[in-house]
Design a binder for this molecule. Structure first.
Ligand code: FAD
Length: 451
């Protein structure tokens, strides 16, 4: 028998780890256990499946169990939950959820890629029928079937990107949608002005936005969700409620076997994705990561990170020496016709981290003014007044904002100042960018703030 690798969790992080390890050590005996009925799926596409743009749940899946097991040589088991890790015996306990059968499986190396669990507050009615989360394909199927059964009013609790993408999709599917958000604004990774523009975009398309309020109670009729009562005493009718108020790391197995936990109980790993036990690696939404600007621990659960960390874990299990340096939390979302993106620190985060931070904003066309079809980009750069170092950026506008945010993420990673960003040799052609790209305009404006 070859060296044995067991992977817990069969999506972004887990399968990246398994696939990389298999490529580097083809003789390795790798087994993947996945609790849900799907592996290798793009959770990020779930809102578009729920709304109908993506017709079949299987369209979200890149590799099925058969391909993984028989073509890739990675035996993969769905509906199999790992219930315990015994670090001394180097075994995991597995329950076959279809048959109820339990068995033990030995490992030489173990990967914990259990992801994260949606947070559901303990309020009356929170577990009633018609109350949903959106995390797995099964969650997506349940939501979509509710739409197909004729649900016409939805309340979405939480104004983060998953809630808002789903609000867009349900509206386009013909539903009346209300978003309830505890904070005084949506999408906290954006400036207040950009968050207000996103709110305006939602309201323009008929979405009701209720800020400064939490869900106090899910109102039920015949034990089914019929509405939401908010903390400020308002009631919103609903035949479908979605909680999207964030996730917590699924680290219970790691905690129970004594692995070190950190921020929000996420698993602590080193830059090789190794946990406090040399034989156990962890990756994805269940782990704590390092912020590339502050160097501090942070928890930013994103698919980009999960895939990369999984690959690094697999590389190291396969005998390599890969490292994962950290994250900027770069993200982008589309809400109806407006795109919003961010990377690095917000101004408030930068001040909290001890920088003499200032933000500087510009609005600029995303291509030559005479060229048809363009739109605006609004960009805000966050910089350190003393050194001019770029610390973060946020933007809204056309889809071109995504590429520009990627350039700024690159600049932050390289430790560039706004003076250096101002000197970048960026592309120009009337159809794709103005002579002075919005990034250059933003940098030249920002450097006026440098002491
Ligand atoms: P998960 O995808 O959560 O996978 C963990 C798996 O482990 C699960 O399938 C779970 O069933 C399984 N598991 C857990 N415990 C056990 C156990 N004990 N035994 C067996 N199996 C177990 N990120 C982006 O970067 N961009 C986006 O646009 C974006 N959009 C998103 C939209 C939605 C609706 C959602 C839900 C997420 C989105 N994300 C996005 C986040 C991204 O999907 C996650 O960061 C990513 O899926 C994390 O991958 P993971 O492998 O760490 O965890």
């Amino acid at each position: 028998m070859g060296e044995r690798l067991v992977v817990i969790g069969g999506t972004a992080a887990g399968l990246s780890a398994a696939s990389k390890a298999k490529r580097l050590k083809p003789d390795m005996d790798i087994t993947v256990y996945e609790r849900s009925g799907y592996v290798s799926y793009g959770a990020c596409g779930l809102p578009y499946y729920v709304g109908g743009m993506i017709e079949e749940a299987d369209d979200l899946v890149s590799l099925d169990v058969n391909t993984l097991t028989n073509k890739r040589g990675i035996p993969t088991f769905i509906h199999h939950e790992v219930t315990k890790i015994d670090r001394q015996a180097k075994t995991v306990a597995v329950r076959d959820l279809d048959t109820g059968k339990e068995f033990e499986q030995g490992y030489d190396k173990l990967v914990i890629a259990t992801g994260a669990t949606p947070i559901v507050p303990e309020i009356p009615g929170a577990r009633a029928e018609g109350v949903h989360c959106l995390r797995t394909v099964e969650d997506g199927i349940a939501l979509k079937s509710r739409v197909a059964q004729g649900a016409s009013k939805a309340v979405i609790i939480g104004g983060g990107f998953i809630g808002l993408e789903t609000a867009e999709e349900l509206t386009q599917a013909g539903m009346k949608v209300t978003v309830v958000e505890a904070m005084p604004r949506l999408l906290p990774f954006l400036t207040e002005e950009y968050a207000a523009a996103i709110q305006n975009e939602l309201e323009k398309h008929g979405v009701e936005v209720c800020l400064n309020a939490t869900a106090a109670e899910i109102l039920c009729q015949d034990q089914r969700a019929a509405g939401v009562k908010t903390s400020d005493g308002r009631c919103f009718e609903a035949d479908m409620v979605l909680f999207s108020i964030g996730v917590r790391p699924a680290s219970q197995l790691a905690a129970a076997c004594g692995l070190e936990l950190g921020l929000k109980d996420a698993i602590v790993v080193d830059e090789h994705q190794r946990t406090s036990d040399d034989s156990i690696y962890a990756c994805g939404d269940c782990v704590q990561m390092k912020h590339l600007v502050t160097g501090e621990a942070c928890y930013v659960p994103l698919g980009t990170t999960a895939n990369k960390q999984g690959r690094i874990a697999g590389e190291n299990i396969g005998g390599g020496n890969g490292t994962f340096k950290g994250v900027l939390g770069s993200q982008v979302t589309k809400i109806f016709d407006l795109y919003a993106a961010s990377t690095g620190l917000t101004e408030q985060q930068a001040v909290r981290a001890g920088y003499d931070a200032v933000s500087s904003s510009i609005t600029k066309g995303d291509r030559a003014s005479y060229y048809p079809g363009g739109g605006q980009n609004q960009l805000t750069l966050i910089l350190d007044r003393k050194s001019g170092k770029l610390l973060g950026a946020q933007g809204i506008g056309t889809e071109t904002i995504a590429g520009r945010m990627n350039v700024l993420a690159t600049a932050i990673t390289a430790g560039m100042t706004v003076m250096e960003v101002n000197e970048l040799d960026l592309v120009y052609s009337p159809s794709v960018a103005p002579v002075y790209d919005p990034i250059l305009i933003a940098a030249s404006q920002a450097l006026k703030h440098v002491k």
